[in-house]
Ligand binder design. Structure first.
Ligand SMILES: [Zn+2]
Length: 247
């Protein structure tokens, strides 16, 4: 076990001059040695050893505490921010960025025994993400269009995989591509279309402060890409679903 750890690692309780490396450094070292990408929108769950997520939570809380101190907030006497560091650490690791540190929810696919090949859309699915540049929310809706292939998954599973993918720091264009890759991996559709409409709080809350601006982007693959009528059918279905929302 210890052979996988850097030579400077020493167990707790040893001399203070040989303090253990922070868990984030051990992880980064392991990821770099394995040649694994750990960008903001990558998932690193399979590289975390047992107990490391708990250790990471403690380390992140410590760093957030330092951030609050650097912002000259009196966390020792301010009852409102007393436990903010711990809350923020939990929120990042287990909620808003859980798609980086937790495994994909288990999603079973089933053979398409009836050979269904009509397209269907699922939506709106909530988009709850954060921009990689400012770590502030990206909130909106997503629609997924499927032309089934040999495998199918349950409708609710699209929401679960979308939530997992969006719960990372992202830029919207890459989020949609990553979601498309995951859905293709799960059910290998003959055609896949995704549309995302979202508001970016880095434009609403700060910067240009444009409260109404939203970003819309889409991706079409397989038959949706090759067949323009299928593609327009998808966008028409999304329009109908949106109209239902406003009634
Ligand atoms: Zn931003």
């Amino acid at each position: 076990m210890t052979s996988t750890l850097p030579s400077s690692f020493s167990p707790a309780g040893s001399a203070p001059d040989a303090a253990p490396l922070p868990v984030s450094l051990r992880l980064r070292d392991r990821l770099e040695k394995a040649g694994v990408s750990f960008l903001a929108n990558d998932n690193i769950a399979e590289h975390l050893l047992d107990g490391e997520l708990d250790q990471l939570e403690i380390e992140v809380a410590g760093k957030v505490r330092e951030l609050l101190r650097s912002l000259v907030i009196d966390i020792d006497n301010d009852h409102n921010t007393e436990e903010t560091a711990e809350r923020v650490a939990r929120m990042y690791l287990h909620e808003v960025f859980k798609g980086r540190y937790h495994h994909q929810p288990k999603i079973a696919s089933f053979p398409n025994v009836k050979k269904l090949d009509e397209i269907y859309t699922v939506g709106p699915i909530s988009v709850r993400s954060a921009c990689s540049h400012h770590l502030v929310p990206i909130l909106g809706n997503c629609w997924i269009g499927i032309k089934p292939g040999d495998q199918v998954i349950g409708l609710s599973k699209f929401s679960r995989v979308a939530d997992w993918v969006f719960s990372r720091p992202h830029i919207q264009e890459e989020a949609v591509m990553i979601l498309a890759d995951e859905i293709e991996r799960l059910c290998k559709p003959q055609g896949l279309a995704i549309l995302v409409k979202a508001q970016h709080y880095c434009m609403k809350w700060r910067g240009v402060k444009e409260p109404q601006t939203s970003m819309v982007n889409s991706i079409v693959r397989g038959d949706f890409r090759h067949d323009p009528s299928l593609k327009s059918e998808f966008f028409e279905l999304v329009k109908q679903q949106e109209a239902l929302l406003s009634t």
